[in-house]
Design a protein around this ligand. Structure first.
Ligand code: Z57
Length: 829
């Protein structure tokens, strides 16, 4: 470690780091140097992987100079930073984004071509870091992209899972999970920093003692520990010379483990201990919105936030004055996963820094803000006090004290209202004593936000009602957004070029400027160009799916796409009932094939491995696809495509090709949705319920350019209260009955009625998410989609208006809202 007294004498060591020359020759030289010195091969002997790794490292060199400078500036100016704490960062491939950020796309193309290499082959070699499940993880990735682009100092803190989200394959139509070995071919984007490793303690007990100042204190006597090894990733802003940091933690065994090896003489036992430590960051939990309450998961959560808080203090609070912390950082809690950071900061301030409890609490409250991403009660994390007390005894003590003081306040404000105090308690008593992490976050956070207008309102009215009554000013909304760099410029270069030809440059970092496209919706030539681009994107998708999945996507179809995690509340089964119904009507002659608009239905979805109904739904989609796709009666009219392993990379080809975006969750269940924004931005029309950010999309693009259907949230609540019996909808709608009966008959399971019986029964006798109640409205609206699509000109006009009116959904705007309403940080310079 080089200390402050280190005085370099060579003049080159004193000069700032410089990037290689921004030219084809400069790039070639750097690339060949990487091949020779890092990969250790000559160009003629190099493999595609050697070339990809060398290309990645070459691009990295252009960024690192700016990165080092940026980090220095943040430290010197003591700028307030955002510390984005998230158990997931679903980054997607890095190469394309790095080339775009450095404005090296053309140069790299030419440089590699001159070496006889097609850059597309190298791009395809990259395995995306899938360190997230879905919306929440991808949102974190969009946010750090926007902050870098806006020059706002941010450090993302998360977990470097050795295995990210599983690779999905289908065997006989059923999902089979394979480990995601994303690191095996090398990871050129990360910088390991063993010198910044941090020790994290676990287990043991607490004890009272009298400190040297005579004060009675509590201290933690932990039983075991692991080492947190940081890996840095550069987060480049879009062509602005700003590079922020994402720091992901990996668990390793500490010296204590090594010592136990030496002492025990039991080699196998000692290695087992090593493995035990490294297990903590071994794998991403694949449940999206349904926490399993597993001990290892709590270990992951504490591990990464303990590392991150220690790291922030060590690297940015150089004078050791922890009282300045609120001026230096705001930790944004991405859902409840990092909420154990609250008692951890209290522990550091009180037990280690020896601050008074009251002062520590004032600091802690200023340092955190909490984003809630759900409305489903089963998604709200609780940790049993038994487990928490066993793994983190001191933290449990701290949580109890936070709760005692909070409840004393509540009781003072509402005397004789013990029910209220009990309802608001951070500690739940039934079915077991447990810590409600969302309540802890709400009590500790300076702000609590939902992720779309409707969601934030429902948080205030329902999920956190008592808290919003008590602290109305604490609650706010920040509607989600998506980064237009990845999801428009990189994913849809054709449309991006058309926009630049029309508006000039600048729109990519000022997305509201898309509004200037509005008049072009009336311009036949512009519409024709738009339609050509959509067709080219479909061709690109067709080629990809042919190569990737050996499926044929017909030409000239309406492309209807539903891609998202598989979840009952998202209602993939409703989409499926529509398909089965169309099929049933055509096959039985109730509907003539030439009355329906030829459509290709695309699904992409992973199911949590333990989520039975979700997995059965995947099986049913594949089974329906198999039957529909080989039936000559619907040939050329209906096609169902379900490529396996939907991920960010596939999304980037799929979304720009879509005509119709399916956003059909039961109203009041989808917190926001972000896929909905990506589709609209790429000129797909939405068929959707009045849920999450759909509400805002519809308001902005206009009712004439959005297909709304289904119950509203208040109607859902009323129907629930009145008593929902899905069976009645089945009985009273012959079309719905016929579709469900066809599935129940075994038609899609080789005559076996048992295979999909649980799914059918679930819909008929439970249907928690009211798919049957919304069926009629859905299929009627789909008929309107068909009719509208027949008017290609009107459709294109609406599609262009969707693009023109989606500027609001840039994650740059979300970041401005966080800054104004929550963080109060400023860009550098
Ligand atoms: C997750 O991806 C989301 C919520 C969760 O509670 C968990 Br756990 C994972 C999603 C919501 O379902 C989406 O509606 C939302 O758009 C996304 O988070 C980002 O806010």
């Amino acid at each position: 470690h080089v200390g402050p007294s280190f005085q370099p004498t060579h003049p080159l060591a004193l000069a700032p780091v410089t990037a290689p020359p921004h030219s084809v020759d400069g790039f070639v030289r750097e690339f060949l140097r990487e091949l020779n010195t890092s990969a250790g091969v000559t160009l003629s002997r190099s493999t595609v992987n050697d070339q990809y790794l060398s290309l990645a490292r070459t691009v990295r060199h252009y960024l690192s100079a700016r990165w080092l400078e940026n980090t220095r500036k943040i430290r010197d100016t003591k700028a307030k930073m955002v510390g984005y704490l998230s158990a997931e960062f679903l980054l997607g491939r890095q190469l394309g984004n790095a080339l775009l950020a450095t404005d090296l796309e053309e140069i790299a193309d030419k440089a590699l071509a001159s070496c006889g290499i097609d850059i597309a082959t190298l791009r395809a070699q990259e395995v995306e870091p899938g360190l997230g499940n879905g919306g929440l993880g991808r949102l974190a990735a969009c946010f750090i992209d926007s902050l870098a682009t806006m020059g706002v100092p941010c450090i993302g803190y998360g977990i470097r899972y050795e295995y990210g989200i599983f690779r999905q394959t289908f065997v006989d139509g059923q999902q089979v999970e394979q480990p995601d070995t994303w690191l095996t071919l090398g990871s050129p984007w990360e910088f390991p920093h063993p010198e910044h490793a941090v020790q994290v303690d676990f287990g043991g007990h607490t004890e009272k003692y009298t400190d040297t100042d005579g004060v009675e204190r509590s201290r933690w006597v932990p039983a075991w520990n692991v080492l947190g090894m940081p890996f840095n990733y550069m987060v480049p802003g879009y062509q602005n010379g700003q590079v922020n940091t994402l720091r992901l933690w990996s668990a390793q065994a500490t010296k204590a483990f090594d010592l136990s090896i030496f002492n025990s003489g039991d080699y196998a036992e000692a290695v087992r201990a090593q493995t035990f430590a490294e297990n903590i960051t071994k794998v991403l939990y694949p449940e999206d919105s349904t926490p399993q309450g597993k001990e290892l998961r709590l270990q992951q959560q504490y591990f990464f936030v303990a590392c991150s808080i220690r790291d922030f203090l060590d690297r940015f609070i150089l004078d050791g004055d922890v009282r300045s912390l609120p001026d230096r950082v705001i930790f944004q809690l991405n859902d409840t996963h990092p909420v154990i950071a609250v008692p951890e900061l209290m522990r550091v301030l009180v037990d280690i820094e020896k601050l008074e409890w009251e002062e520590a609490w004032e600091i802690t409250k200023k340092c955190f803000a909490y984003t809630c991403h759900t409305l489903l009660p089963e998604a709200l994390e609780v940790w049993s006090t038994e487990l928490l007390g066993r793994l983190l005894p001191r933290h449990l003590e701290i949580i109890y004290r936070i709760n005692d003081e909070f409840l004393a306040e509540v009781r003072a404000a509402f005397p004789n209202d013990e029910m209220r105090a009990r309802q608001m308690s951070i500690i739940a008593e039934y079915p077991e004593r447990a810590v409600r992490m969302a309540y802890l976050a709400t009590v500790a956070g300076s702000k609590v936000n939902g992720v779309a207008e409707l969601h934030s309102q429902l948080l205030r009215d329902k999920v956190l009602h008592d808290f919003s009554e008590y602290w109305p000013e604490k609650f706010t909304n920040v509607t989600n957004g998506v980064t237009p760099r990845r999801f428009l410029r990189l994913a849809n270069p054709g449309l991006s070029e058309l926009i630049t030809e029309t508006l000039g440059t600048g729109w990519l970092t000022d997305l509201e400027r898309l509004a200037e496209l509005e008049p072009y919706a009336e311009d036949a030539e512009f519409r024709a160009a738009f339609v050509r681009i959509k067709a080219a994107n479909k061709t690109r998708l067709r080629r990809l799916l042919e190569a990737r999945d050996e499926v044929a996507v017909p030409d000239g179809h309406l492309l209807d796409v539903m891609v998202k995690r598989l979840h009952e509340y998202k209602r993939q089964s409703l989409k499926l009932l529509h398909i089965v119904s169309l099929y049933e009507q055509i096959v039985t002659g109730k509907l003539s094939a030439d009355e329906v608009t030829p459509r290709t239905f695309v699904f992409g979805a992973k199911a949590a491995p333990g989520y039975r109904i979700a997995k059965e739904t995947i099986h049913l989609i594949n089974s329906v696809a198999a039957v529909v796709n080989r039936d000559p009666l619907v040939k050329d009219v209906l096609k169902v495509v379900f490529p396996s392993n939907y991920n960010v990379t596939l999304a980037e080809t799929l979304i720009p090709a879509a005509d119709l975006s399916e956003q059909i969750s039961l109203a009041g269940k989808e917190a926001s949705g972000t896929g909905n924004m990506k589709f609209a931005l790429n000129g797909a029309l939405t068929i959707g319920t009045d849920d999450g950010a759909n509400v805002e999309i519809r308001k902005l693009v206009g009712d004439d350019h959005f297909f709304l259907f289904g119950l509203s949230e208040p109607e859902v609540t009323d129907l629930q209260t009145a008593g929902y019996r899905s069976h009645e909808f089945y009985e009273s709608d012959p079309q719905l009955k016929a579709a469900l009966d066809l599935i129940a008959s075994g038609h899609f399971s080789g005559g076996d009625r048992g295979v999909f019986e649980p799914l059918v029964s679930n819909l008929l006798y439970d249907d928690r998410f009211m798919a049957l109640a919304d069926f009629r409205s859905y299929v009627d609206t789909q008929a309107k989609v068909d009719a509208y699509y027949a008017d290609q000109d009107a459709w294109a006009r609406s599609a262009v208006l969707n693009v023109a009116r989606s500027g609001y959904f840039s994650s740059d705007r979300s970041m401005r809202d966080y800054i104004d309403r929550i963080w109060h940080t400023r860009p550098l310079r």
